[in-house]
Design a binder for this molecule. Structure first.
Ligand SMILES: Cc1cc2nc3c(=O)[nH]c(=O)nc-3n(C[C@H](O)[C@H](O)[C@H](O)COP(=O)(O)OP(=O)(O)OC[C@H]3O[C@@H](n4cnc5c(N)ncnc54)[C@H](O)[C@@H]3O)c2cc1C
Length: 289
């Protein structure tokens, strides 16, 4: 199928792009980044914007920089660039591990970190990384810049805190505190498919006990979910397989009814989340020092 008719603009700067969005009525304009999610939606006429604002060529949004102890990543940075970045491999191993699980090389060549965050697919890897790493999302709009914590950015299925005239410009990912172990695991039906379910885990060991545990699951709700009840069960305890099993069970009990579709039933997703959490905790603990 072909998309419905639209106008196309390729602004030369971020400021120009914001102006174009602000001049358009609500839902009339759409930002085009890598196009890997938007183009299929246009082709199927599930999206019918009157104007496409193509920001994929904006070099000012394409960078990976050290910022304090973390990284600042421009929204137009492709997944391929993140996959190949030595800085990301060294400083953000969890982000790197998640990146190589996204789609196929062709998708990662075009798809951007900003596009994935803005798309907010509940089975996508990057929103889960953002929550697990306590990332901040920098947004530019007609009223200037604002910084949104990941926990406030992802609202529900395919919905974020972005206003219609706002553009996500940067993702700030803090460095994990020294000695923190991490894990990123998922199950997909075929290599390159979206995950059926996945789990991102970080934790520290303090005098032989777990501390600062963060557990995020994705593919099992309307967005990536941080599960406090399971984290609290782990913190302050010695890292044993029994503890991690109890935490996985707790998580599977407290998450609300997961999606049920032709790929997996809600019960299967719930059980996957349990097992991935249990294994993720064990892996993170083995990496903690
Ligand atoms: C076959 C296939 C397999 C895939 N597998 C996976 C997978 O396993 N995991 C995964 O996470 N993704 C997967 N994807 C999706 C892919 O990662 C997309 O790249 C991503 O979802 C969107 O990024 P994009 O740069 O292509 O954005 P686009 O498709 O251009 O845009 C997506 C949406 O975000 C908005 N948007 C884009 N950039 C911004 C911005 N800077 N500010 C505000 N709004 C913006 C657009 O208006 C649009 O609504 C897959 C896609 C395909 C086609």
């Amino acid at each position: 199928m072909k998309p419905a008719r639209f106008d196309y603009a390729a602004p030369g700067s971020l400021a120009e792009a914001v102006t174009l969005l602000a001049q358009s009525g609500e839902d009339e304009a759409k930002i085009l980044a890598g196009g890997q999610s938007l183009m299929p939606l246009l082709n199927m006429r599930l999206a019918r914007p009157q104007l496409l604002v193509d920001v994929s060529g904006l070099a000012e949004l394409d960078y990976i920089r050290e910022q304090g102890a973390g990284l600042a990543i421009g929204a137009m940075t492709t997944k391929r660039a993140l996959e190949q970045s030595e800085l990301v491999k060294r400083r953000q191993p969890l982000l790197h591990a998640a990146t190589v699980l996204i789609g196929h090389p062709q998708i990662r060549n075009r798809g951007t970190i900003g596009g994935s965050m803005a798309q907010a697919d509940p089975a996508a890897e990057y929103p889960a990384v953002a929550l697990a790493m306590d990332a901040e999302l920098v947004v530019q709009g007609p009223d200037g810049e604002r910084c949104i914590k990941a926990e406030d950015f992802f609202v529900t299925y395919l919905t974020t805190a972005l206003e219609p005239a706002e553009i996500l410009s940067e993702v700030r990912v803090p460095e994990l505190p020294a000695g923190t172990g991490w894990s990123f695991r998922e199950v997909a039906r075929r290599h390159g498919d979206f995950a059926v379910a996945g789990a991102a885990v970080t934790l520290r060991l303090e005098a032989g006990r777990c501390a600062d545990t963060r557990i995020v699951v994705f593919g099992v709700g309307d967005r990536a979910l941080r599960v406090d009840e399971a984290e609290q069960l782990v913190d302050g305890e010695a890292p044993t397989s029994g503890l991690f099993e109890r935490a996985g069970t707790k998580l599977s009990e407290v998450i609300e009814e997961p999606l049920s579709d032709l790929h997996a039933s809600a019960d299967y997703r719930r059980d996957l989340a349990r097992v991935l959490t249990q294994r993720g905790l064990a892996e993170a603990a083995s990496r903690a020092s």
